[in-house]
Write a protein that binds this ligand. Sequence first.
Ligand code: AMP
Length: 213
Amino acid sequence: MRLVFFGAPGSGKGTQSKRICQELSIPQLSTGDMLRQAIKDGSALGKEAKGYMDGGNLVPDQLILGLIAERIDQPDCKQGYILDGFPRTLPQAEALDGMLSEKGQAIDKVVYLEIDPELVVARLVGRRVCSACGEEFHVTNRKPKADGICDLCGAPLIQRPDDQEEQIRVRLNSYKQQTAPVADHYQAQGVLAQVAAEGEIGEITHSILKKLQ
Ligand code: AMP
């Protein structure tokens, strides 16, 4: 199954796509994670992307498209994948359609996680992520067992540079202007599945799985 997880920053795309990937045994392709890894590695791509990301702005389409084109051709993507955080602009969605149709493929479903934008700010400001494995915690909603330490691997937790309130507002704004129209693109293709993204994590996963049946 080829899926796209779509929604505002803080809608739980990353968390839910990881859970659904485990259920379906397909890889999660998160463009945000790929870019953060490129920054950690100090690659040319990472150096170019860092300024955009730290400010909360989108990275130019061309950089992202190269990354995705290469990734979906890997052998682990043969049975499908979940795209998390891509496409985020109409040109990206159109380019993805083109890449897939050349292979005789298409996106099966786009899971649209809907959330009140005001909830997003509180979720993101309190988010902490493991500097090694990427597991997510929250200062009030999901506290780690030991302060500042990942429950899974013991590495220190950090706050993403773009999870400061000012950058969150920039991200929400670019979501509204550039990303939200992508939902209409998939609605027109008849593959959009809307899911309420407020509530308990397990219940949301359950609602998503029902929509995918
Ligand atoms: P995320 O982890 O999905 O919240 O992405 C973090 C940041 O990576 C975004 O705020 C953008 O700067 C950049 N990014 C990730 N995916 C894309 C994309 N598809 N297009 C442009 N920028 C992206």
